[in-house]
Write a protein that binds this ligand. Sequence first.
Ligand SMILES: [Zn+2]
Length: 86
Amino acid sequence: MSDAAANVSCERLVALLLHYLEGGLDAGTHAAIDAHLAHCPGCLEFTSQYKKTPVICRESLRREMPADLRDHLAEFVLGQQRQQQQ
Ligand SMILES: [Zn+2]
């Protein structure tokens, strides 16, 4: 394990987690987080829960809005905008 790996605290891991999962970190920091996860069960659990969250959100938003509801909503929003412009 490198010094950098040993220096990632749990707090720092949480702060960097989104960037880590999106692959936005430099290789050294990414490797440091990998190393931290290898020896910190708490962060490993947190990371696995964190990864599931967007999946849960996508699943719950997958339903299509019925066409008539969408049309009514569009009419309502356009009507509100017209009223505000007058
Ligand atoms: Zn940790």
